[in-house]
Design a protein around this ligand. Structure first.
Ligand SMILES: Cc1cc2nc3c(=O)[nH]c(=O)nc-3n(C[C@H](O)[C@H](O)[C@H](O)COP(=O)(O)OP(=O)(O)OC[C@H]3O[C@@H](n4cnc5c(N)ncnc54)[C@H](O)[C@@H]3O)c2cc1C
Length: 225
């Protein structure tokens, strides 16, 4: 279905949040992605599709409004998306994904995001605020710097609206066992959710396994193309 651009905002260095209104109500669960296709984009690359997989960064309750967020890049897709104007449409294709909040709220959750991997967690946090369920959450968010950390201020505000939520920005350093253990002394108790670009996933997942966290306690989503 078509979705029309309502708002475009710079939320970090080279990072955009785009809010759309779909022509019909949409259904998704926090953590899921959509396939977003540009319609007659100004830039194209031969042999490369005009569509990308992008996670929702809004609560399903906001439907037919929804938000996506992405880093700018030299790709034709990203250059075209960056200059999309208010009122212009994109095509929202299939919605899917199994990167979902566990239903059990008794067990604490440790969320670990790198770069744009923060988007599904924003959707989850907004949803938890909407449904008022007592999740206990620690969120580690790795970025090169404060300037490249998307949704930074919003995450700080969530610490006020969510009673059992702690935001731990990991800036100018790599996520490590010592950072994890500093904030999560009993590392075997929580369920882990891990999302980000392949290089981050390929280092953080083995780190958690090496620390003895069973793979069955780690839910992952790799932001590969
Ligand atoms: C589940 C999931 C959720 C994601 N959520 C987000 C999100 O919320 N925000 C975000 O910014 N990114 C997200 N991504 C990553 C996103 O899909 C893009 O891969 C990423 O943003 C880089 O896009 P690009 O245009 O800059 O890079 P590019 O490398 O130019 O494009 C990557 C895409 O192009 C395809 N492609 C590349 N080269 C070719 C070729 N020669 N022929 C055919 N196809 C080619 C790839 O398969 C891939 O789809 C997500 C990925 C996944 C899998």
């Amino acid at each position: 279905m078509k979705a029309f651009l309502i708002k475009k905002e710079i939320i970090a260095t080279e990072t955009l949040a785009l809010q759309f209104e779909a022509e019909n109500p949409i259904e998704f669960q926090a953590g899921q992605y959509g396939i977003f296709e540009l319609i007659a984009p100004p830039f194209t690359e031969e042999g490369k599709p005009n569509k990308r997989v992008l996670s929702f960064a809004s609560s399903p309750k906001e439907s037919p409004l929804f938000t996506i967020a992405t880093r700018k890049s030299p790709s034709a897709y990203k250059r075209s998306l960056a200059i999309l104007e208010k009122g212009q449409a994109i095509e929202l294709g299939r919605i899917g994904g199994n990167f979902l909040l566990p239903t059990n709220t008794d067990r604490p959750l440790v969320l670990i995001a790198g770069g744009m991997g923060i988007t599904p967690f924003i959707s989850m946090l907004k949803t938890i605020i909407d449904i008022k369920r007592p999740y206990q959450i620690k969120l580690f968010y790795s970025n090169h710097s404060r300037k490249t950390a998307a949704f930074y201020d919003e995450l700080v505000l969530y610490e006020n609206s969510l009673p059992n939520f702690q935001y731990i920005p990991v800036l100018n350093e790599r996520f490590s066992s010592s950072i994890l253990k500093k904030y999560v002394p009993d590392i075997l108790t929580p369920t882990y959710m891990l999302v980000g670009p392949p290089p981050m996933m390929d280092t953080v997942l083995p780190l958690l396994i090496t620390e003895g966290i069973p793979q069955s306690d780690i839910i992952t989503e790799k932001f590969s193309g």
